[in-house]
Design a protein around this ligand. Structure first.
Ligand code: GAR
Length: 202
């Protein structure tokens, strides 16, 4: 039985686009569910509509508390029988309430080699720190900030003349690759989570 993959986004949507295309082209054995944004009018929602994927803006301001906003999102995800949630540039922290609703079924892409540089502006943090290598990480979301079990990582060099834009672009290419591969492994039931470690079944 194919799994249904849905996406939480906040902006440009290039990671969502890469994974959705991989599913549509048959490189990942899955079905695309829905796309939900916490921001109105973002490019990710346009891409979803172009691909005929149901796309929703769930406005956080319409809910009294974070958990109420998350409840509305969870209801939509369940209505479309979501097996896996991919947070692809979703810039809002998920509460334990949401994390428990999809335990070990939320994959996040982060633009740094975790546990270095969690949170926002990871590429800027890496440049300011002066690291010579950075990269990206896919992980299952747990109750902390970018602290969940790591699925895959890819390193890229950091050059002396890098700007946030040049480093981000170098990392983004790799983000798309490891996110596609991680989602694929999940959909093939090849990821096993034991405490904070993820093992790939060969
Ligand atoms: C990506 O670089 C992603 O790793 C990052 O936001 C960007 C979204 O781009 N996520 C975070 O920083 C999460 N803390 P996209 O909308 O084109 O996929």
């Amino acid at each position: 039985m194919k799994k249904t993959v849905s996406f939480l986004v906040s902006g440009r949507g290039s990671n969502f686009n890469a994974v959705a295309n991989a599913i549509i082209e048959g490189d990942i054995p899955a079905t695309v569910g829905i796309v939900i944004s916490d921001k109105q009018g973002v490019k990710a929602l346009d891409i979803a509509r172009q691909l005929s994927i149901p796309a929703f803006f769930v406005n956080p301001r319409e809910y009294p508390a974070r958990q109420d906003h998350e409840k509305a999102i969870i209801e939509l995800l369940r209505k479309y029988e979501t097996d896996l949630v991919v947070t692809a540039g979703y810039m809002r922290l998920l509460t334990p309430y949401f994390v428990n609703a999809f335990k070990n079924r939320i994959i996040n892409i982060h633009p740094a080699l975790l546990p270095s540089f969690p949170g926002t502006h990871a590429q800027k943090q890496a440049l300011e720190y002066g690291v010579k290598i950075s990269g990206c990480t896919t992980h299952f979301i747990d109750e902390g900030t970018d602290s969940g079990p790591i699925i895959m990582q890819k390193a890229v060099p950091v050059y002396d003349d890098d700007t946030q834009d040049t480093l981000s672009a170098r990392i983004l290419k790799e983000e798309h690759q490891i996110l596609i591969e991680s989602v694929k492994l999940f959909c093939l039931d090849k990821l096993i989570v034991k405490e904070r470690k993820v093992f790939v079944v060969r």
